[in-house]
Design a protein around this ligand. Structure first.
Ligand SMILES: *Cc1c(COP(=O)(O)O)cnc(C)c1O
Length: 390
C-alpha cells in the first residue's frame, strides 16, 4: 500500500512508460492483445498470468482508472463500466440470486429505483425500502433472504444524509453486503469503506469527469466480491471504453481542486438562498440548518456540489423560476463545471403524483442546483434575478 494522499495518487498512479518515455499515459485504443506463443495464450486464459487479453475483460486505460479509484476509496479491487447504471446493474446482478432480497433506502437514483421495482422482480429478486429519515426502522425490513443493503448519501435530489457508520454496523450484524453509491460525494469527500461499505459505486459521468464529456461508471470494494462482478461483466459486456477511461483518468487528476471549488461555491449559494425571502427552505449538508448536519460533518470532508431549495409558490413558481434562469443551464446532468438547475416536480418526477413525490422528499417547489465552477457572484446573480422574476 502506498503512503501518498488520495490527491497525489490521482495524479501519480500511472501505467508503465512505453519506449517513447511519454510523461502522461497514452491511449490504448486496441480491442485485443497478442500472445507470444501457444503456452503464453494458455497461461493467460487460465489466469495463471495476469495480463490484458481482450478489452471487454481489461485494458491498460481502464486498469489505470480503476487503480486510481481503488486507491482513493481505500478499496482492494474494482471494475469500470460504460455508465453508472451499468455499474449498479452489473454489480448487483453478479451478486444476487433468484429469491434474494434487497433492503434499500427509498431515495435512490431514479433508474436504480426502476431497476429494483421493475426489472429485478423478473428474476425473483425483491426490494424493500426504508425511509432515509427513519433509519431506526431499517432492521425491521431485513428477512432471512436479505443479501444486500443499498443506499446513497447524499441523496438525489433532496441531499439527505444517511449515517454510513450506522449502515455499516447493521450490515455487519446481519451479514449483509453494504453497497453505497458514492456519486454525490466523490472519494475526495467521503470514503464509505471506512464506515463498513463492502462495495462503492460511482457514476463517473458526474463529478469524476466533471466536465460533461463522457459517460462512465465504476465499482470498487472487497476483492472476493469484485471477482464475482468481474466474471459476470467480462461475460456480459458492460465494459468502459478505453477512450472514456483515458479521459476519466485525466479528470481524476483535477478532482480535488475542482471539488474544493464546487463546495466553496455551493456553500455560498446555500447561504445566499437561506436569506432570500422567496425561498421557503434550503438544504445543503454543511449548513447548520440541515437535519443531518452532524452526520454530514462526521462522514464528509465538505458539503458537496448540490444544493436543494424550495421556491415559494409550488409547481408553478418552480417552473417560472426555471424559465427566468439566464446563465445557468437547464440540463439533466450534475457535477459539471457549468451550474445546472432542475425542477424535479415538473420534469424528472412529473409522472409521479404529489404523494409519491413526497415519499422521496420532492416537494412541488423543490429546485436542485448543481453548483458549478463559474465565479460564484455570477451564479448568485442569476439565481437572484430568476427569483425576483418568478
Ligand atoms: C447519474 C447517477 C447514476 C447513473 O449514472 P449514469 O452514468 O448516468 O448511468 C447513478 N447514481 C447516481 C447517484 C447518479 O447521480
Amino acid at each position: 500500500m502506498s503512503s501518498h494522499k488520495p490527491e497525489t495518487e490521482a495524479i501519480r498512479t500511472q501505467l508503465g512508460r512505453t519506449q517513447f518515455m511519454e510523461h502522461t499515459s497514452p491511449l490504448y485504443l486496441t480491442s485485443s492483445f497478442v500472445f507470444e506463443d501457444a503456452e503464453d495464450m494458455r497461461a493467460s486464459f487460465s489466469e495463471e498470468k495476469q495480463r490484458n487479453i481482450y478489452s471487454r475483460f481489461s485494458n491498460p486505460n481502464t486498469s489505470e482508472f480503476v487503480d486510481k479509484v481503488c486507491k482513493m476509496e481505500g478499496a482492494e479491487d474494482g471494475y469500470a463500466f460504460a455508465t453508472g447504471m451499468a455499474a449498479v446493474f452489473s454489480t448487483l446482478a453478479a451478486l444476487l440470486d433468484s429469491g434474494d432480497h434487497i433492503v434499500s433506502a427509498q431515495s435512490v437514483f431514479g433508474s436504480t429505483h426502476t431497476l429494483f421495482t421493475k426489472y429485478f422482480p423478473k428474476w425473483n429478486i425483491t426490494t424493500s425500502y426504508f425511509k432515509v429519515d427513519e433509519l431506526e426502522t431499517l432492521e425491521s425490513f431485513i428477512t432471512p433472504n436479505t443479501k444486500i443493503l443499498y443506499a446513497e448519501s447524499p441523496t438525489n435530489p433532496a441531499v439527505d444524509i444517511l449515517d454510513l457508520e450506522f449502515l455499516g454496523n447493521i450490515a455487519k450484524k446481519h451479514n449483509l453486503i453494504l453497497v453505497i453509491d458514492n456519486c454525490f460525494a466523490t472519494p475526495y469527500l467521503q470514503q464509505p469503506i471506512k464506515f463498513g461499505a463492502d462495495i462503492v459505486i460511482h457514476s463517473a459521468t458526474k463529478l469524476m469527469d466533471g466536465q460533461g464529456r463522457v459517460l462512465g461508471g465504476v465499482a470498487v470494494g472487497k476483492a472476493s466480491l469484485i471477482r464475482e462482478v468481474y466474471l459476470f461483466s467480462r461475460n456480459t459486456g458492460p465494459a468502459l471504453s478505453p477512450f472514456n477511461a483515458w479521459t476519466l483518468s485525466k479528470s481524476l487528476e483535477t478532482l480535488a481542486v475542482r471539488v474544493d471549488r464546487h463546495c466553496e461555491n455551493a456553500l455560498k449559494v446555500a447561504e445566499f438562498l437561506e436569506n432570500h425571502d422567496k425561498v421557503n427552505w434550503v438544504k445543503y449538508p454543511f449548513l447548520k440548518s440541515h437535519p443531518q448536519y452532524e452526520v454530514a460533518k462526521k462522514q464528509m470532508g465538505q458539503g458537496g456540489s448540490i444544493v436543494a431549495f424550495e421556491v415559494n409558490g409550488g409547481v408553478e413558481a418552480g417552473s417560472k423560476f426555471l424559465n427566468a434562469i439566464k446563465l445557468c443551464s437547464l440540463s439533466a446532468n450534475l457535477g459539471d463545471t457549468r451550474t445546472i438547475v432542475t425542477h424535479p416536480a415538473s420534469t424528472t418526477h412529473s409522472k409521479l403524483n404529489e404523494a409519491e413525490r413526497l415519499e422521496v422528499s420532492i416537494t412541488n417547489g423543490l429546485v436542485r442546483v448543481s453548483v458549478g465552477l463559474e465565479n460564484v457572484k455570477d451564479i448568485i446573480n442569476d439565481l437572484n434575478q430568476a427569483l425576483q422574476n418568478e
